[in-house]
Design a protein around this ligand. Structure first.
Ligand code: GDG
Length: 735
């Protein structure tokens, strides 16, 4: 049976060894909690590091660990202390983490860190490929394993791979700083589906793919030679019921069942009934904006002194990555700030900040979520921020106010929160005042909307959406595979070709007989191509028709003296062997003088682009322009042209990095029909690579063999991958 393999840097377990005995507990944190439900719901294995370095374990303990995690359906990837130091604390947390969160000044670029990152990704790949088989689904998580999808795909092309990035994907201008940027992107593209929390991260990713690798992107699908990779946004949800129900139970607890923390909180609230508790919970990380939050809170108390003694910040900072320098420095800075602010404002009865530097058990987390009326979450950058969602889910009576940084991915789904810029102390101070004074009806109104959304798009929905989307990619692939040329179809075509008395072959040129070049003039026919076409056309039973969007001058130069029929400008002109060019249909060209300046305007504004003028059309080429700008300008040009062409019987064609305008009703299908009209052919072949060839596939008689080059949705009966495949197929016919 096919299974799901979940892969993350760490297994979702905390393993402690005391006196050679193991103590295993489920670990906390967004990814672990979120994926646990997938792990339980499907027949799945979870592969990751145990958190125990190999060099610290005796053989006996290693075996014990292996057995214990096997009971949890987990498989360990053995890592040494050195691996963890260079790959995890090094490349993952000193290079990728800061850079992807726009802390470029913290990013280090060390070759030995990179080497270790590569090697550890390879170690993961080795364990996974040992345990997976064709048809399995592998879901890889996060920034520590960006190279892994490709490593697995190269070795096991038959598995379906999903990758989810839990942190932001930065803008190209930041991503390009990385010396190993191409390797990382190529690594990710080994996946069949790549998921991000938000559309912004997705679009940054596309921009890097376009600029670094030049792959064509159609909506959210990337065409990579013989593969299609899809990227999409899946905002991660929470286990809503778990938080909501825990909060309900919490309210029903008797005094003696309450935790120490809760009793202290209750006492404090009882002594100072109008106190407002403001909560923040984060890993102690520079991306979370903890120091800025403290400065802003200090500023709030100064700007609105009436709240001194009436508002306290309850701040839980969970220790994280304490081996990394920046985290140590930040910890000292925060300790000092808390001390200074408390020293400055505290009274006998009131401290402005209650600071906890540790991890709390889940029940205490609920104590905090339910007791604090306001949450102040101010990340400088945050992939999503689950704490914001958990706080809102825990508000059973719907009262409470969430203040959330606009730099967190979660804002996209939580626009009813009070949004702030974490750098703007003025705004944070004013927003705190607004939150404290917000009428209850307004709180209920805002939280009701957010709760509904969080309940609907919860963690299970997130996981199933991702997995369904991954399945869909596989189904699409299956459709292509069904059309893919194979030896038995080739044999059938060859047999029918051999039997036929009168044959006609319609062959598109660019992208079909030759590959694309930066400049169209560089795509001239080579010796091999002439040989193939000449041999085909000297057979008296054959008629070879080159059918292209090219102009007649170029085709005259290349093929004017050959024994082929030429159809150019998408079906405007035809030239039979030894005859002159003639128009297939009469057309007007008086529109050209009005349209030309529009094209010239776009050439001036888009470096690298140029115009090709044909007798009955203009083509704007932007293959050599900046890919992002090219796409934007192409859309603008289409828009401008569509406003101009009404009543002129013109149409706009969008080809591969080209926009063309020409008389309408003229296309390759119509031209091909014109050619075969009234003649009986018992073998018809049509080959092309872009959507202008779809007219040909559509209009040729049903018995024709139609073949599209490249993995695209097509009306053609079959798909081949490249122009090399086309040539091989033609050579096979000649033999
Ligand atoms: C990364 C991305 C993205 C926290 N303290 C305690 C505790 N927690 C739990 C919270 C929450 C999780 O940890 C933290 O999740 P966040 O989303 O807030 O932040 P990161 O750890 O940075 O997570 C982030 C996330 O991945 C998921 O994709 O949202 O942007 O940076 O669930 O409840 N849990 C317990 N005790 C604590 O003291 N039990």
């Amino acid at each position: 049976m096919n299974k799901i393999i979940i892969v993350s840097n760490r297994l979702p377990l905390n393993i402690k060894i005391e006196d050679n005995e193991l103590n295993i507990e489920p670990s906390v944190g967004g990814l672990a909690t979120g994926m646990r439900s997938v792990h339980n719901a499907y027949d799945s294995k979870w592969i990751g590091w145990t958190g125990l370095a190999e060099d610290n374990l005796s053989t006996v303990v290693k075996k014990k660990v292996e057995l214990a995690i096997d009971a949890e359906n987990c498989i360990g990837v053995p890592l040494t202390n050195k691996d963890v130091d260079l790959y995890y604390f090094g490349f993952s947390n000193k290079t990728i983490w800061p850079l992807f969160h726009y802390f470029t000044e913290f990013a280090e670029f060390k070759k030995d860190h990179w080497n270790a990152y590569y090697e550890v990704n390879q170690k993961f790949a080795d364990v996974i490929t040992k345990h997976c088989k064709k048809g399995d689904t592998i879901w890889i998580h996060d920034y520590q394993l960006l190279l892994l999808p490709k490593m697995i795909k190269d070795k096991c092309p038959g598995v379906s791979i999903g990758f989810f990035l839990h942190i932001p994907f930065p803008s190209y201008e930041v991503f390009r700083i990385l010396p190993w940027r191409t390797e990382l992107i190529e690594g990710m593209l080994g996946a069949d589906l790549i998921g991000f929390h938000t559309y912004d991260y997705e679009r940054h990713f596309f921009s890097s793919v376009r600029r670094l690798l030049g792959y064509e992107i159609n909506f959210n699908k990337i065409n990579i030679n013989t593969r299609i990779v899809k990227a999409d946004s899946f905002p991660m949800g929470i286990d809503y019921d778990k938080f909501h129900n825990a909060a309900i139970q919490h309210h029903n607890k008797s005094i003696q069942d309450k935790s120490d923390i809760q009793q202290q909180l209750d006492k404090h609230i009882l002594n100072t009934p109008d106190i407002k508790l403001i909560l923040s919970i984060d890993r102690l990380d520079y991306t979370k904006g903890i120091a800025k939050r403290l400065h802003a809170f200090e500023y709030f108390l100064e700007k609105y002194p009436e709240f001194q003694g009436k508002a306290s910040l309850v701040m839980l900072a969970v220790p994280s990555r304490a081996n990394v320098d920046q985290y140590q420095r930040m910890k000292s800075e925060i300790d000092e700030l808390v001390g200074r602010i408390n020293g400055k404002f505290s009274t006998i009865n009131w401290s402005p900040i209650w600071y906890f530097y540790r991890s709390f058990p889940f029940d205490n987390l609920i104590d905090l979520y339910t007791s604090c009326e306001i949450a102040l979450l101010t990340p400088i950058r945050d992939g999503m921020n689950l704490v914001a969602k958990e706080f809102v889910a825990s508000k059973v009576n719907k009262k409470g106010v969430l203040i959330l940084s606009e730099m967190a991915g979660a804002v996209k789904e939580m626009s009813e929160a009070l949004l702030i810029n974490p750098q703007n102390y003025e705004q944070i101070a004013d927003t705190l005042k607004k939150a404290i004074q917000m009428p209850e009806e307004e709180q209920i109104e805002r939280n009701t909307i957010m709760q509904k959304r969080l309940q609907r798009y919860n963690i299970d929905r997130w996981a199933s959406d991702f997995l369904n989307s991954l399945n869909k990619v596989q189904e699409d692939k299956a459709k292509y595979i069904a059309k893919k040329m194979n030896p038995s179809i080739e044999k059938k075509i060859k047999t029918n070709y051999d039997k036929a008395e009168k044959r006609i072959l319609f062959l598109d040129y660019d992208g079909t007989l030759v590959g694309f070049k930066d400049k169209p003039v560089d795509a001239a026919p080579d010796k091999e191509l002439y040989e193939i076409l000449d041999q085909l056309s000297t057979n008296p039973r054959n008629e070879v028709v080159l059918i292209s969007g090219r102009d007649k001058e170029t085709f005259t130069k290349w093929f004017g003296n050959r024994n082929y029929t030429l159809i150019v400008e998408h079906g405007v002109w035809i030239k039979k062997p030894d005859e002159n060019w003639r128009l297939i249909e009469q057309m007007k060209i008086d529109w050209k003088e009005n349209i030309k300046p529009v094209f010239e305007f776009y050439v001036d504004r888009t470096p690298g682009s140029f115009i090709e003028e044909k007798n009955y059309s203009f083509v704007w080429h932007y293959r050599k322009a900046d890919p992002e700008l090219g796409n934007i300008r192409a859309n603008e040009l289409k828009f401008d042209l569509s406003g101009l062409i009404s009543n002129h019987n013109l149409e706009i064609l969008e080809g591969n990095k080209v926009i063309e305008i020409k008389n309408s009703g003229i296309n390759k299908g119509r031209a091909a029909l014109h050619k075969i009209n009234n003649t009986h052919y018992d073998f018809i072949l049509g080959m092309g690579d872009d959507w202008t060839d779809e007219y040909l596939f559509q209009d040729l008689p049903a018995k024709a063999y139609t073949i599209r080059v490249g993995l695209k949705n097509t009306l053609a009966k079959y798909n081949v991958n490249t122009p090399e495949d086309v040539r091989r197929l033609l050579k096979n016919l000649i033999e």
